[in-house]
Design a binder for this molecule. Structure first.
Ligand code: ARG
Length: 459
C-alpha cells in the first residue's frame, strides 16, 4: 500500500531512504501519547462540526483498541510507515475503514509530534519526581539512624573537619530536592498544547485549540505556530534536568564506590545490591554505584545531542528534529532505573560508625577548632592559624596526635592557650559548637531532618 505521506510522489521510496527515515523503533514508545492526542483532536473536530459525530465516536473507540494492541506488542512495525503517527493511522484505517480519514484534518505530524513529546515530558517529570522522592526517603531514613555517627568531612579528599553522617547524607537530599523543583518547572512549561499549529502556519479550519488542550489536561496552548512545531526547549530542559540529577547520582555513586572499598570501609552494601566476579570468587563489587556514574555520562551525552541538533535549524520543522527521540526517551527511563536501584542500595546498606569515628583520628580534624579558640581570646585569625600550624607540625614530628599534646606544649605555641583548649578535641563537642543555620551541629541537623520528613511525607 502507498505510504500515507507520498500523495504527490510517484512510486515507492528507495529502500535505502526508508532504512534511514524509519523511526518507529524509537517513537513507537510514544503510542499512548499519540493516541490520546488523536482522540482529543477528533472529539474537538466533531464538537466544531468539522467531522461527523458518529465517525469521531468510532475513531475514538477504535483508537482505544489500537492502544491496547500497541501495549500488547501486537502492532507489527513496517519501515515504510516511518513513524508512530502513521502506524496508528494505518491501523485505525484497517479498523474503521474510510472514516479514519477524518482524523488528520487541521493537523500535521509536526504539531502532532510536538504534542506527543510534551505529553511524554509531563509524564516523564512525574515519573522522575516519584523516583527522586523514593531515593530521598531512603537517604533520610539512614540520616535519621545516624544523627550521632561522626566521620570526617573531606576537602581534596583529605580529612578536614568532623560532620555527622546525617549531615553528609542530607547534602544529597538537598541536591535531589532542587532536582524535584527543576522537574516541576520543566513540567509547568511543557504542559501546553501545540495542536492547531498545523505543519507551521495553523489551519483554515475552525479548531478549538483550548478545548483540545483541556481534554488532554494541559494548562493552555502555544502562542506561535512556527515556534510550536520547531521548538524543542521542553525536551532539552527535561534532558538537562535528567543530566543534572544524574550528575548528583554520579557523585553519590562515587562516594559509595569509595566508601565500600576495604581501604575506606565506611559502608557495606547488602548482598542483594552487590555483584560478584565471573573469575575472582571472593569479589563483592559496587556495580550499582559504578553504573550510576556511567549513566551520568549517557545523560550528559543526550543533552549535548539535543542542543547540537537544534542549534542550526532554520524555522520551522526540519526532519533533523526526529533525531530527538532516542535522547529524549532515554532520559527519564535511565534516571528512574538509577534512582530506584540506588534507593534500594542506600536503604539496605550498613554504615560502619566505628570505622568512620576512627578516621577522624585524634584531634587532627579539630585543628581549626584550636585556632578558633584563640580567636575567641582576641587573637587575629592569621596569627592563630600560624600557631596551630606549628602545633600540627610538631605533633607529626613527635608522632603524638594533636589531642595528646599537653597544656604546656600548647602554651609554647601561643601564650593565649590555656589548659581548657584540651577540651576542644572532642569531635562531638566540636559539632555542638557549630549551630549556625546549615551547619552540622546536632540541633541544626535535627531541624533539617524534621524539615525533610515533613516535605517528603506522603511523597
Ligand atoms: N517522525 C517525525 C518526527 O518525529 C514526525 C514529523 C514528520 N514530519 C514531516 N514533515 N516529515 O520528527
Amino acid at each position: 500500500a502507498k505510504p500515507i505521506s507520498r500523495a504527490a510522489l510517484s512510486g515507492e521510496a528507495d529502500p535505502r531512504l526508508v532504512a534511514l527515515s524509519v523511526s518507529i523503533q524509537d517513537d513507537g514508545a510514544l503510542y499512548e501519547e499519540d493516541i490520546r492526542g488523536s482522540q482529543a483532536h477528533v472529539s474537538m473536530l466533531a464538537a466544531q462540526g468539522i467531522v461527523p459525530k458518529a465517525a469521531a465516536r468510532r475513531i475514538v473507540a477504535a483508537l482505544d483498541q489500537v492502544c491496547d494492541e500497541f501495549a500488547a506488542g501486537k502492532i507489527a512495525f513496517d519501515p515504510s510507515l516511518e513513524d508512530v503517527h502513521t502506524h496508528v493511522e494505518r491501523r485505525l484505517g484497517e479498523l474503521v475503514g474510510k472514516d479514519a480519514g477524518y482524523l488528520h484534518a487541521g493537523r500535521s505530524r509536526n504539531d502532532q509530534v510536538a504534542l506527543d513529546e510534551r505529553l511524554f515530558i509531563v509524564r516523564g517529570c512525574d515519573r522522575c519526581d516519584g523516583a527522586l522522592v523514593r531515593l530521598m526517603q531512603a537517604l533520610l531514613a539512614q540520616a535519621k539512624a545516624h544523627e550521632k555517627t561522626l566521620l570526617p568531612g573531606y576537602t581534596h579528599l583529605q580529612r578536614a573537619q568532623p560532620v555527622s553522617l546525617a549531615h553528609h547524607l542530607l547534602a544529597y537530599v538537598e541536591m535531589l530536592g532542587r532536582d524535584r523543583e527543576r522537574f516541576a518547572e520543566v513540567r509547568r512549561r511543557a504542559a501546553v498544547s501545540p495542536l492547531g499549529s498545523g505543519a507551521l502556519a495553523g489551519t483554515t479550519l475552525p479548531l478549538d485549540r483550548e478545548r483540545t488542550a483541556r481534554a488532554l489536561g494541559l494548562a493552555g496552548v502555544t502562542q506561535n505556530s512556527l515556534d510550536a512545531v520547531s521548538d524543542r526547549d521542553s525536551a532539552i530542559e527535561l534532558s538537562f534536568a535528567c543530566a543534572l540529577a544524574s550528575v548528583h547520582l554520579s557523585r553519590l555513586g562515587e562516594e559509595v564506590v569509595l566508601w565500600t572499598t576495604r581501604e575506606f570501609g565506611f559502608m557495606t552494601l547488602d548482598d542483594a545490591f552487590a555483584t560478584g566476579s565471573s573469575l575472582m570468587p571472593q569479589k563483592k563489587n559496587s556495580d550499582v554505584a559504578e553504573l550510576s556514574r556511567g549513566r551520568a555520562a549517557r545523560a550528559i551525552g543526550d543533552l549535548v545531542s539535543l542542543l547540537a541538533m537544534v542549534k542550526n535549524l532554520p524555522l520551522a520543522y526540519n526532519r533533523d528534529l526526529q533525531e530527538d527521540k532516542r535522547p529524549l526517551l532515554d532520559g527519564p527511563r535511565a534516571l528512574v532505573l538509577t534512582l530506584d536501584a540506588l534507593a534500594g542500595a542506600v536503604e539496605t546498606a550498613t554504615f560502619h560508625a566505628e570505622v568512620m569515628r576512627a578516621a577522624l583520628g585524634d584531634g587532627e580534624a579539630l585543628a581549626t577548632d584550636a585556632a578558633e579558640y584563640l580567636v575567641e581570646k582576641g587573637v587575629p585569625f592569621r596569627e592563630a592559624h600560624e600557631a596551630v600550624g606549628k602545633a600540627a607540625a610538631f605533633s607529626t614530628r613527635a608522632g603524638r596526635p594533636l589531642a595528646r599534646l599537653t597544656a604546656a606544649e600548647w602554651a609554647s605555641f601561643h601564650p593565649r592557650f590555656g589548659a581548657d583548649v584540651l577540651r576542644r578535641f572532642d569531635p562531638a563537642e566540636s559539632l555542638r559548637r557549630r549551630e549556625l543555620p546549615g551547619a552540622p551541629g546536632p540541633k541544626q541537623v535535627k531541624a533539617q531532618l524534621a524539615r525533610w520528613s515533613k516535605a517528603l511525607r506522603g511523597g
